[in-house]
Ligand binder design. Structure first.
Ligand code: E4P
Length: 216
């Protein structure tokens, strides 16, 4: 399973990339706004931190504007992936940009039928939002499972990019049901390594080692 980082925090992305945990990055207009940085500049800098896809989202609402913006964003770097909303206009733009071999990430997916449409227009990734479904007491993970089944039924190559991940349990569940990619904030990715018994065991090992008086 690929790990994408859902952030525009360059230091946090670089730290995880150094460990070997970054297969790509996703952003959205809210993440860019939070960074306080110029959109194109920050995307260009993120693109240097990974060879994987870096999603940059269009803000136009009709297909022509999305296509125009997508082509501009794609010029920032070879690994830019154009992120498009799951609307009819976004699907039309996805169809066009895919035909130009521009990688696409169709975002704001909340139903299996929406995911089916994204696959039909050749999206590189579909981004179902788990956390936002859970927030309204629906089952985000059930959506990931349904999309996996539908894509496997018909051999669609669109990758299931599980988004809006809020917890380490979301990551485990995604791995179990076969999401191709997860995108999560740096904090969640770092917490995957945490276990109280690991900390306790390591402290005991180091104490016992110190008592031997040896060094390596
Ligand atoms: C994914 O591409 C989105 O940027 C992101 O996962 C949204 O997460 P949120 O629902 O926590 O804002």
């Amino acid at each position: 399973m690929k790990f994408f980082i859902d952030s525009a925090d360059l230091d946090a992305i670089a730290e995880l990339a150094d460990i070997g945990l970054v297969d790509g990055v996703t952003t959205n207009p809210s993440i860019i706004a939070k960074s306080g940085r110029d959109f194109k500049e920050v995307i260009a800098e993120i693109c240097k931190l990974t060879d994987g896809h870096v999603s940059a989202e269009v803000v136009g609402t009709d297909a022509e504007d999305m296509i125009r913006e997508g082509r501009i964003l794609r010029k920032i770097a070879d690994n830019v992936c154009v992120k498009l909303p799951l609307t009819m206009a976004g699907l039309k733009a996805c169809n066009q940009l895919s035909s130009e071999n521009i990688p696409t990430n169709v975002t704001l997916c909340f139903s299996a039928n929406q995911a089916l449409l994204a696959a039909k227009v050749g999206a590189t990734y579909i981004s179902p939002f788990i956390g936002r479904l859970d927030d309204i007491t629906l089952d985000g993970m059930e959506l990931i499972e349904d999309i996996r089944t539908i894509y496997d039924n018909f051999g669609y190559e669109t990758e299931v990019l599980a988004a809006s991940i809020r917890s380490v349990n979301h990551v485990k569940e995604c791995a179990l049901v076969g999401a191709d990619v997860i995108t999560a904030p740096p904090k969640v990715v770092k917490s995957l390594a945490d276990h109280v018994l690991t900390d306790k065991g390591l402290a005991a090992f180091l104490k016992d080692w110190e008592a031997t008086g040896q060094s390596i």
